[in-house]
Design a protein around this ligand. Structure first.
Ligand code: GLA
Length: 686
């Protein structure tokens, strides 16, 4: 079942913390929210002490009043379960609920997310608070849905409390059944690691070097993901049972969590927290023409693979920063609106700003919301009002429509998690996804992510003309078979270096590289090498390239050997001891083609492939756009909506080839030059 926002309507709102403000301010806050046009607020997610001030004593007075008043003002309420912030009385009494570092040092009270998911005591407390809140608010007409916890696996996504080691032991026991099977899977014969008693089995622990058993390290991530889901399930089961009329979601996409399984199994839809200004501090300075805030489109693309329509539970509205870290520059006038439409263009049908007013105390005194401390009108309130008016006009029209794309990047959790540890393939995937995302973005070719899962079908793949699976080192027989069927049926599939050589345990296969996809690609690897020195990295040169610049074949080189006459070599290495050997090949297979590139993809190489594959911009026939803008198209029945987003602080010029209806301005725009304002947005009906 697809996990989408219920109903075809658009809700715009804001995160609100009634417990942080004098009660006398609430009515005016709600009145002004409605004045802006907000219809929804989220609250409660850090307020455990207000719901259970002491063990077993549940009180709802403050939130009853806050929710009743919101409802009276016509605001719907999303309630967060407060389990991201266990109270001091609890952690003091039961320190075993706290998380610990890899070295075993216990975290303490004083920030948030300091707990572990494994402690039966903590789980019990979480069940009780969820039960109490669900019972109390199940039939409140103002409460429409629930957010479980807050940002599962944010801030810390590894867990080393005693309870975690124990839970991991149970998990491996269930997975492997016997110590023999565990020893086999983890290859413990290597360096005499074999276990002879389950009690000896732990999560990775400190050892003489920073390394660990790689198979154990992969299982650790799988365990964390399963454990997070089982922690959330405890709450979702209670909510489903006690509050069946209200929907359930959770927010944020973080490491070591299969957010697809989490959503499929527990939630009605997924929610994301979008802070595009993180790129002003996290942008990798050495990248040429960086994507900056536009890279959040790639994030939203991943979210859309979980929920075709989703909620942005926290959309950046002001400058971000904790007191001592994450300081960011202020969003420029227009960027809050731009980022809102970035989310909407990618599938958000519900969006809440973080936050109504900047906190005057605590870690986030510099994480600015729509209102400043002084509470007087400012440019962010004005911008929110404009957005709200616009979405009031077009929200219902576009709600429920689906982003459309002919290309997808394949991704999977096993390779993500294994690649975090394995430096022979993980860094390649990061580089290649970034490059492909950028090349497709700048070419105005919308793309999706498709996460390869056990339940993935040929039908899921066949929706796309072209699939890019950059570096699937781990591959199951089933996935290899599915990919073959996709290509045989006419699909075009592109692999990068290090594909297909590991099994699901992370063991290397004793067949020539690229293992399970060798036959599909019609090649084997003659030789291979890590490429460590940027300055001496060999280039690849297109055989049909004419003047096309040769480009570095980065990070890893697989030197390819065509295994049959049908395999066409498209590019050669032009450096090192393998100069003149094939770097990129194409193998006709059934009605389709399999490509193999023996390195990580750069934007230039992705561009070259886009040209040779004949992929056309989504604007073909109706517009010509400059590279500075992104285009996204959402479709509902026979209606198509095109979003055009200018990420620069300068006006840019587009060329319309057709007369189009500008939905935000409510007017027809004629053929010819069209100026898009700095940080400007256009929404056209096609
Ligand atoms: C996250 C959290 C919020 C807040 C913001 C800003 O998204 O969910 O509670 O902390 O970051 O830091």
């Amino acid at each position: 079942m697809e996990k989408t926002i219920p109903g075809e309507k658009f809700d715009l709102g804001v995160c609100y913390y009634p417990e942080q403000w004098p009660e006398a301010m609430w009515a005016d806050d709600y009145r002004r929210m409605r004045e802006i046009g907000f219809t929804i607020v989220r609250m409660g997610e850090f307020a455990w002490n207000f719901f259970e001030p002491e063990e077993g004593v549940f009180t709802f007075d403050l939130f009853d009043r806050a929710i009743d008043l919101a409802h009276e003002h016509g605001l719907q309420v999303i309630l967060g379960t407060p389990t991201a912030t266990p109270p001091a009385w609890m952690t003091y009494k039961y320190p075993e609920i706290l998380n610990a570092t890899f070295e075993g040092v216990q975290y303490q009270h004083g920030l948030r997310r300091h707990y572990n998911y494994s402690s039966p005591i903590y789980r019990d407390y979480c069940a009780k608070i969820t039960e109490a809140m669900a019972t109390h608010y199940a039939n409140h007409p103002g409460v429409v849905g629930w957010q479980i916890d807050n940002e599962l696996n944010c801030e810390v996504n590894v867990f080393y409390a005693e309870a975690d080691h124990k839970a991991f032991r149970t998990w491996v026991q269930e997975k492997y059944g016997s110590l023999d099977a565990l020893n086999q899977a983890w290859g413990t014969v290597f360096w005499n690691q074999s276990y002879s008693d389950w009690e000896q089995v732990h999560l990775p622990r400190p050892a003489p070097t920073k390394s660990a058993n790689p198979h154990q390290a992969l299982d650790e991530k799988r365990f964390i993901s399963d454990n997070t889901i089982s922690f959330a399930r405890l709450q979702s089961d209670i909510l489903r049972q006690l509050a069946p009329a209200q929907w359930i979601t959770t927010n944020g996409m973080f490491g070591h969590l299969d957010s697809h399984a989490l959503t499929d199994e527990l939630l009605d839809f997924f929610s994301y927290d979008s802070y595009p200004n993180f790129t002003t501090i996290w942008n990798d300075a050495d990248r040429r023409d960086p994507l900056m805030d536009r890279s959040y489109s790639n994030q939203l693309t991943k979210i859309r693979s979980i929920s075709p329509t989703f909620c942005v539970m926290e959309q950046q509205s002001g400058p971000g920063g904790w007191v001592n870290t994450m300081g960011q520059s202020a969003p420029k006038p227009g960027q809050m609106r731009l980022w809102t439409y970035q989310s909407v263009a990618h599938g958000a049908d519900m969006l809440l700003y973080f936050r109504w007013r900047t906190a005057t105390f605590g870690t986030e005194i510099y994480w600015h919301g729509i209102n400043d401390y002084h509470n007087r009108p400012n440019r962010r309130v004005a911008e929110a009002t404009t957005i709200s008016r616009e979405l009031g006009k077009i929200g219902e029209l576009i709600a429920g429509s689906r982003f459309t794309a002919e290309v997808a990047i394949l991704h999977d959790y096993d390779n993500e998690w294994d690649g975090e540890f394995d430096i022979w393939h993980g860094p390649l995937t990061k580089e290649s996804e970034y490059s492909w995302g950028k090349a497709l973005q700048f070419s105005h070719i919308p793309y999706n992510y498709l996460y390869v899962q056990e339940k993935t079908t040929l039908g899921d793949l066949s929706r796309y003309k072209v699939l890019i699976y950059p570096h699937p080192a781990i591959m199951s027989e089933e996935t290899a078979e599915l990919l073959k069927q996709y290509v045989a049926g006419g699909g075009k599939l592109i692999f990068g270096a290090r594909s297909g050589y590991k099994d699901q345990r992370g063991h290397c296969r004793m067949t020539p590289f690229p293992g399970l996809v060798a036959e599909l690609c019609g090649i084997t690897m003659e030789d291979f090498t890590l490429v460590l020195n940027e300055a001496t990295t060999p280039h690849m040169r297109w055989i049909d390239g004419g003047d096309e610049a040769s480009t570095p074949a980065r990070l890893f080189n697989d030197i390819l050997h065509p295994e049959n006459d049908n395999v066409q070599t498209l590019a050669l290495f032009d450096g090192d001891y393998y100069a003149g050997k094939p770097a990129l090949t194409r193998n006709p297979y059934g009605s389709g083609e399999a490509y193999y590139f023996g390195a990580a993809f750069s934007r230039e190489i992705a561009d070259g492939l886009i040209r040779r594959l004949g992929l056309a911009p989504a604007t073909t026939g109706w517009a010509e756009l400059p590279p500075e803008v992104e285009v996204a198209i959402r479709v509902k029945q026979d209606r198509r909506f095109a979003f055009i987003l200018n990420y620069t602080g300068k006006p840019v010029k587009a060329n319309l080839l057709q007369e189009l209806e500008d939905l935000l301005e409510g007017e027809q725009v004629s053929v010819g030059e069209l100026e898009i304002a700095p940080y400007g947005v256009k929404v056209f009906a096609l």
